[in-house]
Design a protein around this ligand. Structure first.
Ligand SMILES: Cc1ncc(COP(=O)(O)O)c(C=O)c1O
Length: 332
């Protein structure tokens, strides 16, 4: 990847274009089967550019209540776009099409216009069950049919779409066909240092380009980063299966200990949620204890921790985790 970055042909993407960024945008658009794509600095910015491009102030979007666009983007839908969020609960990420129809509002001057449905694939979840669930393609296709029949645009937060593609054996373009726009992070499982892609139809991209400029997310000699992204798309997809196997091993390591539930038999991709139900232990206490053993994690909720596997961790790290857990939990 470093060689690809060093060898990247550079231009000025804000002026007449950076050739490596253009190659990356074309490669991603092909992968997801969309008309075109944009390179952005982060997944959050890509999501927010998409939300802004599909909506106008006073509109409403619908998403699962723990979705990244609802919980983890600092209220951006409201703060940046004046968009109201209506949430549905679906702990496995499978929004119920009938429930969606029930919450749609009548076309009336008194009501917000429900404009956008935001989906997430893989679905991170809220920590109460297994994370990184892959929403089945048949479910997504059914949901998309219903949403489109009611005039909604659909944005797919595919920060970890590559994981879903590898886990389900479904082409990215088939998942992406369930949405009008799709974003993917290059800096998660794919292992690039920075960047996210946003794809969609030409008219959407014209508006998205304007918003990317407004947010300051248009980068000049960005080919040095796009080179990493291209390398990731070309070389780091198939290996995601290793991350998924490792995630199952992480979950099994936790489940060897009473009061730590990690849903080992339900791990589908690279996220492991651990419910801490062990007397005397909280996610904070376990996080600190693991950190003192060199194992880093993120408290996800008042009762859970999140672990993510990626190309920089391997089986020896799981063995290290096993030893750390044995030492820590022996004390109480
Ligand atoms: C589902 C999901 N969407 C979007 C993002 C945002 O990506 P970034 O961290 O690149 O802003 C994340 C990051 O964790 C994510 O998990």
């Amino acid at each position: 990847m470093l060689d690809a970055m060093l060898a990247a042909e550079l231009g000025d993407d804000v002026l007449d274009g950076d050739p490596t960024v253009r190659r990356l945008e074309a490669a991603y658009a092909r992968w997801v089967g969309k008309e075109g794509a944009l390179f952005l600095p982060s997944g959050t910015m890509a999501n927010q550019v998409a939300l802004g491009a599909w909506t106008r102030p006073g509109d409403e979007l619908v998403a699962e209540r723990s979705a990244h666009v609802v919980q983890w983007e600092a209220g951006a839908a409201a703060a940046l776009h004046g968009v109201q969020v209506q949430t549905l609960a679906a702990p496995d990420g499978r929004l119920d099409p009938d429930e969606l129809v029930r919450i749609l509002r009548p076309a009336s001057i008194h009501c917000p216009r429900t404009r956008l449905l935001c989906l997430e694939q893989s679905f991170m979840g809220d920590g109460s069950g297994p994370g990184g669930r892959v929403v089945p393609i048949a479910h997504l296709e059914g949901l998309a049919r219903v949403a489109r029949a009611h005039g909604l645009a659909i944005h797919l937060d595919g920060a970890r779409l590559p994981n879903a593609v590898v886990a389900a054996g479904v082409p990215a373009a088939r998942f992406a066909a369930c949405a009008d726009s799709v974003m993917t992070s290059l800096s998660k499982g794919l292992g690039a240092p920075v960047g996210a892609m946003l794809a969609g139809p030409a008219e959407f991209l014209a508006r998205a380009r304007e918003l990317r400029k407004r947010f300051g997310g248009w980068m000049r000699q960005a080919g040095v980063l796009a080179g990493a992204g291209l390398h990731a798309l070309e070389h780091h997809l198939a290996r995601l299966a290793d991350d998924h196997a490792l995630a199952r091993a992480v979950a099994v390591a936790f489940e060897r200990h009473a009061g730590l539930r990690a849903f080992a038999d339900q791990i589908e991709s690279n996220i492991v949620m651990v419910q801490v139900e062990r007397p005397g232990w909280t996610p904070e206490r376990l996080t600190k204890a693991l950190a003192s053993e060199g194992v880093l994690t993120l408290p996800m909720s008042a009762t859970s921790l999140r672990f993510v596997t990626h190309l920089d961790v391997g089986p020896p790290d799981v063995e290290r985790l096993e030893r750390a857990l044995a030492r820590i939990l022996a004390t109480g």
